[in-house]
Design a protein around this ligand. Structure first.
Ligand SMILES: [Zn+2]
Length: 338
């Protein structure tokens, strides 16, 4: 696979020092041995891949990733309406849920984990009447379909033709390719969301700048991305699942994500930390560590029952987040055009 050198930080252009070397893709088996640098500036601290895969060879990097990531429909039924009712209350949706669902959703107060999942599924996005929503990197559109059901005018974008086809079969308006090539008019959307996308792109600040242009003046941007300040990264270091070489080109510290937004003219209104899927991510990290950089691990997404000690660790991470620590495996940034 061809590579391109990336000597300086993709967010602030400062030099960095080598943090990890001999990284391999234990998840989807892309070839190569990779290394990550860390930015020197304390107000940034991003990690990035140097060298990175050549942009023309990305198909090689994503070959097996795509086939594993066709997510099936969120099942409709009582559970989904309870989730909708929770979102309606928390995010201001004009719900059409039954009284039973509304009552059951009150129980979410006893399950911070369910609350995190429910907010994630709704992109943490407050309701906007007749709002136009763009999801960049929508995959097969499972989450976007949920938002369309709640009343958003939903548009999706993705690179993977198979995922786009699957999303279209759900009846969604989804297009293939890069948002910058689509050249949407200014102020086309009330909301733009990207979950687990910004860490995959070569020019995060450029992408965020385009998002700013596409948002209405009071529009909302939601970013969800791995967090280098997480407990998982502190514990597993170069085996941490969130590094995902060579697909994650930049992995953000909380400071780096803020800085990228500031440089793109996005005003940050809120940053949250989430332990939503932490136990499974810990399990992947343990398997990556045990494999020692050789071969591919079994992905725990298929095994929804991580060991109790990892579930305990997830609870500790969630507790830390509730106490204001930046421990979550995911960081969630909510911003608006500045
Ligand atoms: Zn930097």
């Amino acid at each position: 696979m061809r590579t391109v050198a990336q000597a300086n930080c993709p967010i602030c252009a400062s030099p960095g020092s080598l943090l990890y070397s001999n990284l391999t893709d234990g998840l989807y088996g892309a070839q190569g041995s990779w290394q990550m640098r860390q930015c020197h500036r304390p107000e940034c601290g991003a990690l990035w891949l140097d060298p990175a895969p050549h942009p023309d060879d990305l198909a090689e990097v994503y070959k097996d990733y795509y086939t594993h990531n066709l997510v099936s429909d969120e099942p409709l039924g009582f559970r989904a309406s309870v989730k909708d009712a929770f979102a309606a209350r928390t995010l201001g949706y004009e719900g059409v849920q039954t009284r039973g669902a509304r009552l059951a959703s009150l129980l979410y107060v006893f399950s911070p984990r369910r609350s995190e999942w429910a907010l994630y599924k709704r992109f943490y996005l407050p309701w906007v009447k007749d709002g136009r929503l763009l999801e960049i990197g929508c995959g097969s559109g499972a989450q976007l379909a949920g938002m369309a059901r709640l009343g958003w005018q939903a548009t999706g974008l993705d690179f993977d033709p198979r995922a786009v086809e699957a999303a279209r079969q759900r009846g969604l308006k989804v297009e293939i390719g890069d948002v910058r090539q689509r050249a949407y008019p200014d102020a086309s959307f009330e909301a733009i969301v990207m979950t687990h996308v910004i860490e995959h792109v070569f020019d995060p600040v450029g992408l965020l700048t385009e998002c700013r242009r596409l948002l209405t003046p009071r529009g909302t941007l939601v970013l969800v991305t791995p967090n280098t300040a997480s407990l998982g990264h502190r514990r597993y270091r170069d085996s941490w699942r969130g590094l995902e070489p060579p697909r994650h080109l930049v992995v953000f510290s909380p400071q780096a994500l803020r800085l990228a937004c500031q440089r793109a003219g996005i005003e940050v209104s809120e940053v949250l930390y989430s332990a939503r899927d932490a136990a499974n991510l810990f399990l992947s990290s343990e398997r990556l560590r045990a494999a020692g950089g050789v071969g591919r691990i079994e992905l725990p997404e298929a095994n929804r029952n991580p060991p109790w000690r990892l579930r305990m660790l997830e609870h500790i991470e969630r507790l830390g987040c509730a106490l204001g620590k930046p421990w979550g495996e995911e960081q969630v940034l909510i911003g608006h055009p500045g």
